[in-house]
Design a protein around this ligand. Structure first.
Ligand SMILES: Cc1ncc(COP(=O)(O)O)c(C=O)c1O
Length: 376
């Protein structure tokens, strides 16, 4: 028998979609020869925490050494902050690695991983890549329908992925709804609660989920330094979970997963309250302004608790995104995330959001002139 290497790739991996990132600014500027702003990847427009940069620079000279593989200082500080023990903290290469590790540890063929339609695509990828069956409950009004999710639990369900606030829709669920859902989840099913955008959800209690975690053995909370701390390029995030689960995840991660530079920057950024506060406040003000500006252009952005807005724009969502790109504004068309008629716009600085609103107005005017105004 002759066998090609690719024959060894299992069928459940062949069908997986490739993650489609937002277009990089450099690529757009190179191709179109214009100045561009990127509002496509929910990054922090105000930059990294200055304290984080200083700390990262200070450890660069030690780059010949491997970093602390046990990430002791960062786990210790995070544990104190959350009032838990360091062995309940796991540091990952962004929350992306944590999403994947939870599935790799707990899922396999014959089991089911549950998530929702219209949520962060890597949840589905992690479930499918484990060989388990992917089950997706329907969404309701662009938000997690936790009742439908509870109904979708079967004896085979092992892991459930939720994002609060949700990406790409920006919607959120509150404490009561979540506690009700948790009460319906059997103890032997892990709930992964991805809180990448929790800092921006000013109307929600930030400590709520950690309190729920104290009462439940089956909750894994994911946080990241990529958003409010502005360290997306350094790839670092963390999980709060039971030591037994984290110990198993620890065996599967790559050795020295997070760099010393990322660990130092994260530690310092945690203490940079001024930067965090400024980022949250700017986001709130700009989110309101951008949403209102878009509403004036007769769009209906979904109410967002995150650092982006989502809106249905019609069947020409991709063409609209392309037109905005030609004007130097990179937004995210959401076809590959299951919303072929929607786009997502990250909240930028005041200038970036102004540029976005102006470009959007110009695109709409041009289309109206050509008689091809999008059906909204
Ligand atoms: C819901 C959600 N989870 C996780 C991530 C990944 O973040 P990280 O940079 O921590 O890997 C993102 C990134 O956009 C996200 O939207």
């Amino acid at each position: 028998m002759t066998r090609a290497i690719e024959d060894l790739i299992p069928d459940y991996l062949r069908g997986l979609p490739v993650y489609v990132p937002g277009k990089p600014i450099e690529e757009v500027e190179r191709e179109l020869k214009i100045h561009a702003v990127k509002l496509a990847s929910n990054e922090n427009p105000l930059g990294p925490s200055p304290k984080g940069i200083a700390a990262a620079k200070a450890v660069l000279a030690d780059a010949n050494r491997y970093p602390d593989g046990g990430t002791h200082a960062l786990r210790q500080t995070l544990a104190e902050r959350h009032g838990i023990s360091p062995d309940e903290i796991f540091i990952g290469l962004g929350s992306s690695e944590l999403i994947d590790l939870a599935a790799r540890v707990l899922l396999r063929a014959g089991l089911q991983g549950l998530t929702s339609e219209g949520t962060y695509a890597p949840f589905s990828v992690a479930i499918r890549a484990s060989g388990a069956e992917l089950v997706r409950a329907p969404q309701r009004e662009f938000a997690f329908d936790l009742k439908a999710m509870a109904r979708a639990i079967t004896p085979k369900t092992a892991v459930i992925y939720l994002a609060n606030p949700n990406n790409p829709t920006g919607s959120s669920f509150g404490r009561e709804e979540f506690n009700e859902f948790l009460a319906a989840v059997p103890d032997g099913v892990l709930v992964v609660l991805d809180e990448a955008y929790i800092h921006y959800a000013v109307s929600m209690g930030l400590r709520d989920s950690v309190e729920a975690y104290r009462k439940r053995k089956n909750l894994l909370i994911l946080r990241t330094f990529s958003k409010v701390y502005g360290l997306a390029g350094l790839r670092i995030g963390y999980a709060i979970g039971r030591p037994e689960l984290l110990a198993a995840m620890n065996k599967l991660r790559t050795p020295f997963n997070t760099s010393g530079v990322a660990q130092a920057a994260a530690l310092a950024a945690l203490d940079d309250k001024e930067h965090v506060t400024r980022c949250i406040e700017t986001n709130s003000v700009e989110r309101k302004r951008l949403s209102e500006g878009l509403a004036k252009l007769s769009f209906q952005p979904v109410r967002s608790e995150a650092n982006f807005v989502f809106m249905t724009v019609g069947p020409d969502a991709q063409a609209l995104s392309d037109d905005l790109l030609q004007r130097g504004v990179i937004v995210r068309p959401l076809g590959w995330m299951g919303f072929p008629e929607a786009i997502r716009i990250s909240i930028g600085t005041t200038e970036e959001n102004d540029k976005c609103l102006l470009a959007m107005a110009q695109v709409i005017l041009k289309r109206a002139g050509k008689g091809e105004l999008a059906a909204r």
